[in-house]
Design a protein around this ligand. Structure first.
Ligand SMILES: Cc1ncc(COP(=O)(O)O)c(C=O)c1O
Length: 455
């Protein structure tokens, strides 16, 4: 008998096929990415690294064919090394980096490794606060990052942009060792040059080197597709990202850096120039064990896909769809944080728009096959019943939805908002099941016209 897990996988396939995924951190990978992830590479242990010579300036053909000395702790690495070198080379090319570490198991692991590479316990980091849109790993109280390091948070202005004046004055007051730009709920394109100038001032005043780090987990695919500025082109030392959001690869993390690449076996001096090797040592053995080579192979495939011209079109369509959807929502009386979007992400102030909270709206939309998540807004006091919802266009754009469907989506969202006004609570949504079911049927009919890859 087949393991019942496979029944559940099939049910999840149906959910993905029949609904529309609006969570901005999710996407649908290609069948080739799925194939690499499900491969026998999962059988192999490969602690350590392939030869560092395989990184900048090396032709892809050589990387994929040559067997070079390596820094591994187990035998049998000839194929694994070449796969990992290919992933590294493609990542460097895609993001204009000198070095890539493709081993982090997740975005959180990538950030942890950078902190471990550069900081001592108690050192100060300046990052966007969680309520303003920053990520948990940027010093939220419940995380290890806050227990080990001293995080200071900057916020956003009323129009939803980074509060650069606050960032500058906090940087000059606290002289952080890392200035971190990154977020999970922010709709503008950061002014990386301005932040680099602030870093230079802090370094001059404090007399210590300041690491400039960008966590671009959400927008890495937009950077790869050329529709978003790349922090590494604007003086940043390190960029971390997940590989599974707009970048449309397997679930995982990636660290890109500028600097000198040397052997990971020898601890280099603690300077910004040596950050690539400091990071390699911080990933393994610093914070991880064996790399997931099946995932690294899938990352290599995804980086190859992201380098193609059709990915540029994809990235462009993600942003176009988000702008159209945002405008349609505004026309229907939705109040949006920042009054719109410049990337893939939209944050709706549901409380301010309609007088109910984000959890109720998330639940009601789930009932019609539209999946998004309740999200705090900068002015929220507690995260438990947030005032907003967060949505985005990466996944639906992969399926091929365009302007016409964005208008339809906004209309459905308004109908569901009107039902929530009448229902007033999650329990009372059941009274409106006929209306919700009718919308669900329409969503399903549209969704089935746009296939999910691999399903
Ligand atoms: C900005 C940012 N950094 C890091 C992460 C963590 O990534 P992961 O869930 O892969 O650990 C996320 C995930 O949502 C994120 O949005």
């Amino acid at each position: 008998m087949k393991d019942p897990v496979f029944d559940l996988i099939n049910q999840e396939k149906t959910r993905q096929k029949e609904g529309l995924e609006l969570i901005p951190s999710e996407n649908y990978v290609s069948e080739t990415v799925l194939e690499a992830m499900g491969s026998i590479l999962t059988n192999k242990y490969s602690e350590g690294y392939p030869s560092f010579q395989g990184i900048p300036g090396w032709k892809e053909s050589k990387i994929a064919t040559e067997i070079l000395p390596n820094y591994r702790y187990y035998g049998g690495q000839a194929n694994i090394d070449r796969i990992e070198r290919l992933a590294i080379a493609r990542a460097c090319q895609l993001f204009h980096a000198d070095h890539a570490n493709v081993q982090p198991h997740s975005g959180a692991q990538a950030n942890t490794a950078v902190y471990y590479a550069w900081l001592k316990p108690g050192d100060t980091v300046l990052g966007m606060s969680l309520p303003a849109g920053g990520h948990l790993t940027h010093g939220a109280k419940v995380t290890m990052s806050a227990k080990v390091y001293n995080f200071i948070g900057y916020g956003v202005t009323d129009d939803g942009d980074i509060d650069y004046d606050e960032l500058e004055s906090l940087a000059l007051e606290y002289h952080p060792k890392i200035i971190l730009i990154g977020y999970s709920a922010f709709m503008k394109i950061p002014d990386f040059d301005r932040i680099a100038t602030i870093r230079d001032r802090v370094a001059n005043e404090s007399g210590h080197e300041v690491l400039l780090m960008a966590d671009m987990a959400h927008v890495a695919g937009l950077i790869a597709g050329g529709v978003h500025e790349n922090p590494l082109d604007h003086g940043f030392d390190v960029m971390t990202t997940t590989t599974h959001k707009t970048l449309r690869g397997p679930r995982g993390g990636l660290i890109l850096s500028r600097g000198k690449v040397t052997s990971p076996l020898k601890r280099p001096e603690h300077t910004l120039d040596n950050i690539p090797t400091l990071i390699d040592r911080a990933v393994f053995p610093g914070t991880q064990g064996g790399p997931l080579e099946h995932i690294i192979a899938a990352k290599a495939v995804a980086f190859g896909e992201a380098a193609r011209p059709d990915f540029q079109e994809y990235a462009n369509s993600i942003v176009n769809n988000a702008k159209i959807l945002a405008n349609e929502l505004i026309k229907l009386d939705f109040i949006l944080q920042g009054n719109g979007t410049d990337n893939h992400l939209i944050l709706i102030d549901v409380q301010e728009s309609f007088g109910f909270d984000g959890k109720l709206y998330e639940r009601a939309l789930d009932m019609v096959g539209l999946t998004l998540n309740a999200n705090s807004l900068p002015h929220d006091q507690a995260a438990f019943r947030p005032s907003g919802v967060r949505l985005g266009t990466p996944a639906i754009t992969t399926r091929g939805l365009g302007a016409t469907e964005m208008k339809q989506l906004a209309l459905w969202m308004k109908k569901v908002a009107d039902i929530c006004i009448e229902a007033g609570s999650e329990e009372d949504l059941a009274k409106f099941s006929a209306e919700l079911d009718a919308i669900h049927d329409e969503v399903r009919t549209l969704a089935l016209k746009f296939p999910v890859p691999g399903v």
